[in-house]
Design a protein around this ligand. Sequence first.
Ligand SMILES: [Zn+2]
Length: 198
Amino acid sequence: MNPEKLHQKVWEVCTECGIKDFPFDCIAVLKHYGFKVFTYEQARYLRPELYALCRDMSDDAFSDKILKVVFYNNKLCIQRIRFSLMHELGHFLLGHETESRENESEADAFAANLLAPEALIKYQNFHSAPSISSYFDISIAAANHIMMRTRYRSFWYPDKYEAKLLAYLYPASSKIQSDKSGMITCIKIGSTHYLING
Ligand SMILES: [Zn+2]
């Protein structure tokens, strides 16, 4: 999946669900898309065979997009739970029909970018994995992964949807300029001005 498509999805979810602050309520976001959310414990109580199926499918979470239900393992740490829940939402919103390595990595990329958008990390000038982990309530491992990716992209330039996300999250920011039609034309991050085209 190209990065701009991923950033478009993240922008859509944030605006549709009214996400303004991070960390946000992942269960509320799933409910917004019509999902019922249960813990593995609840599954065990409701139907032991359902619990066995969940455990069989994944240690983390399991979803059925036809029935629109998500089960998650509430015994894990909260950061891992949040990542798993947004991974499951990713499968749904990206229209994944089958299980494949490619779909798994797309759902992972979606979860990471939604929980801690790269544009926000750049805009807020986060420089360390521990600060990203505690601000966004994601695991140190996930934060490290994000740090590695942002360092790897030595030339970083916000795309149209990253710009839209920043304009949505910081509506009163003097660092974001738009033209008469509301299109974002320029964003200032640190001491650099980024011109946005298209
Ligand atoms: Zn998956």
